[in-house]
Design a protein around this ligand. Structure first.
Ligand SMILES: NC(=O)c1ccc[n+]([C@@H]2O[C@H](COP(=O)([O-])OP(=O)(O)OC[C@H]3O[C@@H](n4cnc5c(N)ncnc54)[C@H](O)[C@@H]3O)[C@@H](O)[C@H]2O)c1
Length: 256
């Protein structure tokens, strides 16, 4: 992957999958603009980038903040080649138990943010005649846990946004979605902690993947950086699962 002289925006880049993507982009020579609410971890990654990364505190669900952050990033690095819409939150509730505020919160952070960042970043890609948008969705766009009504809805809607951007800005701009299985991040560890038996939930997650483990964030970060690279130039409009074979096996299969 050659990302020299390219600039990536990574939302939610302070931790987890976002931070891993930042590390891969930096390793491959790109400049990275990190948009996140978590200032402590964001600033640490900015220092690690030694002038090639810029942390901008930003709530990506707020249009004014996104607009200003994109402008600040362009002022620093001169261009935007890639946008990784990764910021997201998990909340646990069934539809009948979800408040309007909770529904809006999940939709705004998981879905509206991707629309807002695309809205303000794509014009800079158009100036270059080239660009890539990666939307971090989830296998939960295809399968569903219990008690995740708003989350599953937001992740599924991201696939529609992906197709829409891919169609409207082709052939110059590509847009793809990434659908990870369980990844060992602060979000997932927090999710486990919501159960009375976190160790059991962890084991269930391990067992449901054919790989018999959950993913490390860097594995998804590598895939995101690959999708942005010219090596993936024929990939657009689609959702790509990186999920350790989750959901492939049906009960009744013979296993050794
Ligand atoms: N971890 C998994 O198993 C998994 C699986 C599938 C999909 N995903 C998706 O991957 C993405 C990253 O997840 P993660 O597990 O790394 O989560 P994480 O909680 O570890 O990191 C998410 C980052 O997003 C930031 N963020 C949250 N709200 C924000 C806002 N309004 N503005 C700016 N930044 C904000 C957080 O501060 C944090 O740094 C999410 O969209 C998540 O839904 C995660």
């Amino acid at each position: 992957m050659d990302h020299q002289n390219r600039t990536a925006i990574v939302t939610g880049g302070s931790k987890g999958i976002g931070a891993a993507s930042v590390e891969v982009f930096l390793r491959e020579g790109a400049n990275v603009i990190i948009l996140d609410k978590d200032q402590e971890n964001g600033r640490k990654l900015e220092e690690k980038g030694k002038g090639k990364s810029l942390f901008i505190p930003c709530d990506v669900s707020k249009e004014q903040e996104v607009k200003q952050a994109v402008a600040q990033g362009v002022e620093q690095f001169g261009q935007i080649n890639y946008l990784v819409n990764n910021a997201g939150i998990q909340r646990y509730s069934k539809v009948t138990e979800t408040t309007e505020e909770e529904w809006d919160l999940v939709m705004n952070i998981n879905l509206k943010s991707a629309f807002l960042c695309a809205k303000h970043a794509i014009p800079h890609m158009q100036k270059l005649g080239k660009g890539v948008v990666v939307n971090v969705s989830s296998v939960q766009a295809m399968l569903s846990q219990g008690n995740v009504g708003p989350y599953v809805t937001s992740k599924t809607a991201m696939l529609g946004l992906t197709r829409s951007i891919a169609v409207d800005y082709a052939p110059q701009i590509r847009c793809v979605a990434v659908c990870p299985g369980t990844v060992d991040t602060p979000m997932v560890r927090w999710g486990f902690s919501q159960s009375p038996d976190p160790e059991q939930v962890y084991q269930e997650c391990v067992d449901m993947h054919l790989t018999k483990r959950i993913a490390q964030p860097i594995e998804v970060g590598e895939f995101i950086a690959y999708l942005c690279s010219d090596k993936a130039a024929f990939m657009t409009g689609q959702a790509y699962r990186i999920d350790g074979g989750l959901g492939v096996m049906i009960p009744g299969s013979k296993r050794d």
